[in-house]
Design a protein around this ligand. Structure first.
Ligand code: ADP
Ligand code: MG
Length: 194
C-alpha cells in the first residue's frame, strides 16, 4: 500500500489497492448467483459497479446476467475483453460473467484493472465438457488474490459435482446451452466422449 504524506497537514492518504476474485466451478454450481450476490452487496455499499458478459452468451437476456434460478443483474455485452477498460474509468467494482468465453487477453485486462485500484470479480467455468482446463480461467486462478470453487449436485448420485456432462452429441468445445445440453456430474458419473 502506498502512503503519501502531506507534510504541512500531517495527513496520510492511502491509495486504494485493487484485486482479482475468481468464482469458478461446473455448470449449475452457482457461479452467477454468487457473482450477483457480491455485486448486490457492493451496490448496497454505494460503490460504482459495472457487469460485463461476452457476446456469445445471449441465452436468457441481452441486458442482464441471469442465473439458473432466475436471479439477474443488469450487464453489458462486449465483443472482447479489450472493450472493458474504456467503459470503467469511474467504476470501482467490475463483474465479468462467463469468462471462459473471452480470449486470453482477459488475463492482462483484469491485471491492469486491478493494478489501477479496482475490484475485479470474474466468474467462469474452470473445465470444459471433456474435463480439460478451460482457458483463460486457469491463468486467472494463478494471478487472483481470492479464488472460490463451487460445486453443483450430481444429477446421478447427489454428490458434489465439479464436472459438466454434455448430453447432446455435438463435439465442438463451445456450445452455448442450458439443461437441454448439459448436466452437473461428479467425477464418477462424468463420461468423456471419445
Ligand atoms: P452457474 O452460473 O454456475 O451455471 P447458476 O448460478 O446460474 O450456476 O445457477 C445455480 C442454480 O442452478 C442453483 O441455485 C439451482 O437452483 C440450479 N440448479 C439446477 N441444476 C442444478 C444442479 N444439478 N446442482 C445444483 N444446482 C442446480
Ligand atoms: Mg453462470
Amino acid at each position: 500500500m502506498t502512503i503519501e504524506m502531506n507534510e504541512h497537514l500531517q495527513i496520510r492518504t492511502y491509495k486504494k489497492s485493487g484485486h482479482i476474485e475468481v468464482i469458478c466451478g461446473s455448470m449449475f454450481s452457482g457461479k452467477t448467483e454468487e457473482l450477483i450476490r457480491r455485486i448486490r452487496r457492493a451496490e448496497i455499499a454505494k460503490q460504482r459497479i459495472k457487469v460485463f458478459k461476452p457476446k456469445i452468451d445471449n441465452r436468457y437476456s441481452e441486458y442482464e446476467i441471469v442465473s439458473h434460478d432466475e436471479s439477474s443483474f443488469p450487464s453489458e455485452i462486449v465483443n472482447s475483453a479489450s472493450e472493458i477498460p474504456e467503459k470503467c474509468f469511474d467504476v470501482e467494482v467490475i463483474g465479468i460473467d462467463e469468462a471462459q468465453f473471452f480470449d486470453s487477453d482477459l488475463v492482462e485486462i483484469c491485471q491492469m484493472l486491478a493494478d489501477s485500484g479496482k475490484r475485479v470479480i470474474v466468474a467462469g467455468l474452470d473445465q470444459d465438457f471433456r474435463a480439460k482446463p478451460f482457458e483463460p480461467i486457469p491463468q486467472l486462478l494463478a494471478i487472483a488474490e481470492y479464488v472460490t470453487k463451487f460445486h453443483a449436485v450430481c444429477v446421478i448420485c447427489g454428490a458434489p459435482a465439479n464436472r459438466t456432462q454434455r448430453v447432446s452429441k455435438q463435439d465442438e468445445r463451445v456450445i452455448v446451452g442450458g439443461k437441454d445440453i448439459y448436466e452437473a456430474r461428479c467425477r464418477l458419473h462424468h463420461t468423456i466422449p471419445e
